[in-house]
Design a protein around this ligand. Structure first.
Ligand code: LRH
Length: 497
């Protein structure tokens, strides 16, 4: 294959990045062209995403690249899962996408009986979770009935961007699986879920295949950015988790990964979903990965907590602080006892003040008293993340009956040396941190399939392996006792004592 210049857009909750990849036949050299902060915007009672600003910024960056003389061969779009907007018959967007941290999904999930939950899981492979699009959609029917009434199409966030770029309505499969509206066996819209949850099946579009063409850039966008040739927009695994997992540089067939960003996704890749009771009991979920693989994973709290703490800390000390400052805070904690919190407790999902909420938890569980201390809070988050990883990797080994030698960490969180080392200590396994933009790398690497249809997942991973920088961490000390403490905390055993 000739040299290719491929653009990957990776839109996350806290920032969006445009990454240019140059493929030379063996490896992809990436360059982050721009990184722009992102956040939910609260209007009245709801949190929204500003999709028009994201689209507009992306076009501006494209224009800049063209002005610099780049000839772009293709584009791929990735974002987080579950969020969507509704469109009318004529293709007008009816609402700004609502953010999954709006809590109205919860009311619907709490109405489900155990049987409902199990049936939903059997059909979709997906664990019933308050953030899944299906519950937000049910919520919208009640909260915004006029919009739902008018709606004719549902596009997930990456589908919206693909539509704005190409004019085509299309649902990308990995992102679509996060709705809990996809039948995990047929990989089509689930008739069962639409019927059970009373959702219009007609809202959904054709579900595409990775590596195929979605469309080329619309003429007016070509004009706006100053190109006179067609730029293909390719169907990549547009759920950021799926793209990041494709960028795991593992050559072994069975591997454990942690995709660490706003969320921590801890899992493994499979050929087929596992729909057993054990998987269900362990709160694991079968999402659709790249090229119809399955990523069996746990969706856990991630760097969102620490991102929120950083903002609160900045307000407290009245200046901007760096991530190194936050790590130093953690290192300045010298007590023998390691503070722990149940990071997946609902109270940490979207509290007004994360630091205060954690401190209250530490006091309630008799792990802290007296004056509030930032270093204790930061330390508690980092140590608890590592413990929760260890528990999930163990669950993963039990349900798959496989043993993993190493754990690959991808995503922005792979830069966190403290958590990486703590994970190696808590799991007793080698941790391989893959430094760089994993989601963008997976996005760009997946586009190679469009140019060479003979490429398989293994070939793509080989190219990724040639392209990424890795750093290994081995176990320094056995901290499995902390994992036991964490287990007790998360099972609320401290309340009984
Ligand atoms: C991670 C992620 C995750 C969930 C969440 C909403 O970025 O995509 O898989 O779906 O965001």
């Amino acid at each position: 294959m000739a040299v290719k210049t491929i653009l990957g857009f990776d839109c996350g909750n806290s920032s969006y990045r445009v990454v240019l990849g140059k493929y030379d036949g063996e490896r992809i050299i990436t360059e982050v062209i721009d990184q722009i902060p992102n956040d939910m915007i609260k209007v009245g009672n709801y949190y929204y995403w500003d999709i028009l600003r994201i689209f507009s910024d992306f076009k501006q960056i494209l224009k800049r690249l063209v002005l610099q003389g780049e000839k772009i061969d293709s584009i791929g779009i990735c974002t987080w899962g579950v969020d969507f907007a509704l469109f009318d018959k004529k293709g007008n967007m009816l609402n700004n996408p609502l953010a999954y941290r709006n809590v109205f999904g919860e009311a619907y999930i709490s109405k489900l009986t155990t049987k409902d939950r199990k049936d939903m899981f059997q059909n979709t492979g997906i664990l019933c979770d308050k953030i899944n699009s299906v519950y937000l959609l049910e919520g919208m029917k009640e909260e915004m009935p006029d919009i739902y009434e008018l709606s004719d199409k549902l596009l997930m966030i990456p589908d919206i961007l693909n539509y704005m770029l190409t004019g085509r309505f299309f649902n990308e499969p990995s992102e679509f699986s996060t709705t809990q509206l996809m039948n995990v066996k047929s990989k089509e819209v689930s008739e069962f879920v639409c019927h059970e949850r009373n959702i219009k099946k007609e809202l959904f579009q054709e579900i595409g295949r990775h590596g195929e063409l979605i469309g080329v850039l619309l003429e007016d966008i070509k004009e706006e950015i100053g190109v006179d040739y067609d730029i293909p927009v390719v169907c990549v695994p547009s759920h950021d988790t799926a793209a990041a997992v494709l960028a795991v540089p593992a050559m072994e067939e069975h591997f454990a990964f942690i995709s660490s960003g706003t969320w921590s996704l801890i899992g493994t890749e499979l050929k087929e979903p596992i729909l057993s009771d054990e998987v269900y009991q362990a709160n694991l979920t079968n999402e659709l990965g790249a090229f119809h693989t399955i990523t069996l994973l746990k969706n856990g709290a991630g760097m969102f907590m620490i991102q929120k703490i950083k903002k609160e800390y900045e307000l407290d000390v009245k200046k901007e602080v760096s991530w190194t400052d936050i790590m130093e805070l953690s290192n300045s904690y010298q007590e023998e006892h390691t503070p722990l919190i149940d990071i997946n407790d609902i109270r940490f999902f979207h509290p007004r003040k994360m630091g205060k909420e954690i401190w209250s938890y530490l006091k309630e569980t008799k792990q802290a008293d007296g004056e509030f201390l930032w270093n204790t809070v930061v330390r508690a988050v980092y140590a608890s993340m590592a413990c929760s990883y260890a528990i999930t990797v163990n669950d993963m080994q039990n349900v798959t009956k496989k043993s993993f030698d190493s754990i690959y960490i991808v995503g922005g969180g792979a830069k966190n040396e403290i958590v990486n080392q703590m994970t190696a200590d808590c799991t007793g396994k080698k941790v391989i941190a893959c430094i760089g933009e994993s989601t963008a790398m997976g996005n760009i690497a997946a586009q190679l399939k469009y140019f060479d249809t003979s490429l398989g997942v293994k070939d793509i991973r080989k190219i990724v392996k040639n392209s990424v920088h890795m750093k290994s961490y081995s176990t320094n000390k056995d901290t499995s006792y902390l994992v036991d403490c964490y287990k007790k905390l998360s099972e609320k055993e401290w309340m009984i004592q």
